[in-house]
Every structure is written in structure tokens, then in C-alpha cells.
Design a protein around this ligand. Sequence first.
Ligand code: DON
Length: 326
Amino acid sequence: MKRGNGIMTVKDLQDYKSVWREPLIGNYRGYKIITICPPSSGGVTLLQLLKMTENYPLKVIGFHTPQSIHLMTEEERRAFADRAEFLGDPDFVSIPVRKLLDAKYLTDRMKSFNTEKASLSREIGHGFPESYQSEQTTHYSVVDSMGNAVSTTTTLNNSFGNSIVVAGAGFLLNNQMDDFSVKPGFPNLYGLVGGEANSIQPGKRMLSSMTPTIIEKEGKLFLVVGSPGGSTIATTVFQVIVNILDFGMNVQEAVNAGRFHHQWLPDYISYEKKSIDSTTLKKLESYGHTLKVRNSIGLVNAIQILPDGKKDGGADPRGYNSASGF
Ligand code: DON
């Protein structure tokens, strides 16, 4: 080492200890896979790749066909993005191994897989194996075994609030002041206008749109629902409710269904792409509506209590939402 101008010392070598670690164990199409754990990335990456592949009939797709190479490449792209973000020496970093190997997590990772188009690595990025915390507004719905229900929406307002981290404290300040009407007719971040009723005054609270909601039927818990989405929150919650109560959808269908929104001013209907068919769009225009397409509206987490008491979760596919029972 010295001869080669290396910096390693005899003590470094004396201090090195080999460590006995438990192997990682996974399953692929009924086969038990016993492989290496971190600090090698190999085992985690291998098990992720196999689990992602399990959802596809690889044999039918064929050896080295364009389709199988494309599929396996896209899986590898995603597994290596996770490797770059999460894997390192477990004595130094906490690795969410269990979550990274979770079948649902891996199925979700492949949701952006297009069978005929390569994704762009810069757009793929790593997944969110741990509970993801939104940088803006979050809604969660909870029901316990005794039927107690919680519907909570919490917000920093805009992404990362006002982007100021309190030195030494490590949290962001919100910019919820934007929910006040600064002057009559002047729109806030979400295009909402207001007047004196929502003007800024000492000690006054700003007018939020958050709509955490619990619905009962004949005194019994029926639905827990809510959403982020600024000015679109109330219309999102409204549409999920009528989808269930009037249109007879189950909670997941109700959450999945396309959404539209009108907030008086600006005077147009915004709607999610593909949520309204072209004939309906034309008809609405003939009524005098202006229509504008937008990316997505709301991000709902809802729980419906079924007649037999079972709980049915509706997690919005528009984001990293999920429904879990414990
Ligand atoms: O309280 C409100 O209505 C707003 N500050 C919420 C902002 C929001 O939902 C942004 N997230 N998507």
C-alpha cells in the first residue's frame, strides 16, 4: 500500500471483520430463491426483477423477442433506479428491503410500462417504497375495528409550502396565506377569487377548500373520503360521493372515474383527459360551456363500509395511494 501511495493502513485491515448475514429469500413462480443480502445490491435487484417478471407470461412472449427484451429492459431500468436511491451498506443506511420486494410495490413500478415504447430513465426515477409524504396536500382516511373513523386533510398549500426550511428545525413553512383573498377579484394560486368575507385581517383564518368528510347511513358509518387538489377538492369529493350514491359504483370505481371541475371563475369546465367522450364534449359546447383539458384532478383516499361490515378501500390511481388493512 505504502509503495503504491495508498492510504490504507495495517489497522484498517485489522479492523475489518467479516460479518455473517441472513440471505434474502424470495419466490419466483413457485421456486424458492435464496440469494445475497445488502451490502451487495445483487439479491435485492434480482428479486425485484423476478417479481416484476412474474406478472408477465415470459415463456409466451418468447426468448429474445423484441417484446421480451423490451420488458426485461424496462424492469431493469426501474430496479436500477431503486438501487441508486435506496441501496448501500445496511450498517450505515436503513434500506426498506421488505417494501422494495413487495409484490404490489413492484407491480405498481411497472404501471408506467408501455409495451411498445421505451421509457426515459430521467422520467422514471426511483419508486416510493416507504410511506410517501406529499410535498403539498395529503388526505388519509382511517377506520378502526370498532368503527371509529378519521378523515384528515393536511396541507402546506403549494409544493413545499413557501420553500423556506426553518434553520435547525428541519421543517418547511407553509404558504397557506395564499388562501386569503388578497384583494377583490384577484385570483390565488388555484384561480379562486374572493371578496371581503375572506380578506386578510388580524387573527382571521384563511378560507381553505379542504373537505375531509364522513358519511353515515341510518346512524352507521358508510363512507370516509377526502382529497388534496386546492380548489378542486370539494368538487372531487362531491363527484366520488355521487358516483357511489347515485351512479352505483363501488368505492374504487368511484375514485377511478374521470373528474371535471368548475369554480365559477375562471368560467370554464376543466376536465381530465379522456374523462368525457367527444360527443358529450360537443353537446356541452352547444350548451355554451367552455371546456379545457387538464392533467388530473384530486387524489382521493376513501373507505366504504359494506352492508356486511367489511371495509372497501378506494385508493386513487392518479398517485402513489394505497389501501391497506391491518
Ligand atoms: O387549504 C386549501 O384549500 C389549500 N391550501 C389546499 C392546497 C392543495 O390542496 C394543494 N394540493 N394539491
